[in-house]
Design a protein around this ligand. Structure first.
Ligand code: ATP
Ligand code: MG
Length: 215
């Protein structure tokens, strides 16, 4: 009986090599082993300011993708979360396992509803800390999650943020996420993506945030 495609039980298996007419075994193609990761030295990198903004879902998720990639490349990467206070989300748990920093700088005031003066003070203290880290050159990649919000609310000075970004060490990538990115920030960025809502389960189906997808 001849072997046909449909006889194979694993649909992802490699198709069997037909036996050569000589009866000798068909040569097995060499598998290329992955070499050591190569990240160019700072001076040869084009450090980017990346902004993920807009009303659709995916801004923080996309930034976490960068955190994962950079970590995989052996780069020092960290995420600093303005406004948020949660430290037990899926991303925080995964970061602990990977040995990556995700640091919450806020106390969790409701997005879109700035409240007490304490939130402003916390955001400013968080910014002072992050500012030092940006200029120190300790990080290859810094993710400033939801930084656009304290800027919009007037807690952190937009011009100061832009000046700090401009003075960062060569080759440093900075990712900023959050709704309502200011025009000044957009102008200062190299890569800007606007997430748009086409459908969202909360809006159309009243399905709230779910573990593993949103938190
Ligand atoms: P995510 O962290 O899931 O990538 P995001 O960073 O783009 O989302 P945020 O503005 O930080 O969005 O809001 C975070 C939470 O709000 C998430 O639970 C997300 O599912 C939810 N969310 C985002 N966009 C919308 C929307 N347009 N309508 C309702 N809920 C939304
Ligand atoms: Mg977000």
């Amino acid at each position: 009986m001849t072997h046909s495609e449909s006889d194979r039980t694993d649909p992802l298996a490699q198709p069997e090599q037909p036996s050569p007419a000589s009866g000798r075994k068909a040569p097995v193609p060499k598998q290329k082993k992955p070499g050591p990761y190569h990240v160019p030295p700072r001076a040869q990198r084009h450090g980017l300011v990346i902004v993920n903004t807009g009303n659709g879902k995916g801004k923080t998720t996309a930034a976490l993708g960068v955190l994962l990639r950079a970590t995989g490349r052996g780069m020092r990467a960290g995420m600093f979360q303005f406004v948020k206070s949660l430290t037990t989300g899926g991303e925080h748990r995964a970061a602990t396992r990977l040995g990556v920093e995700i640091v919450s700088l806020g106390d969790g005031c409701t997005l879109g509803q700035p409240d007490t003066a304490d939130d402003a003070a916390l955001a400013r203290a968080g910014w002072a800390k992050v500012c030092e880290l940006i200029v120190s050159g300790e990080y290859d990649v810094l993710i400033l999650d939801e930084l656009t919000l304290p800027i919009k609310w007037g807690w952190i000075d937009s011009a100061e943020v832009i000046a700090t970004l401009a003075s960062r060490p060569i080759g440093t990538h900075v990712v900023i996420t959050g709704r309502y990115a200011s025009q000044e920030l957009i102008d200062a960025a190299d890569l800007v993506t606007e997430m748009d809502v086409i459908k969202h389960p909360l809006r159309e189906q009243k399905v709230h945030a779910q573990a593993g997808v949103d938190v």
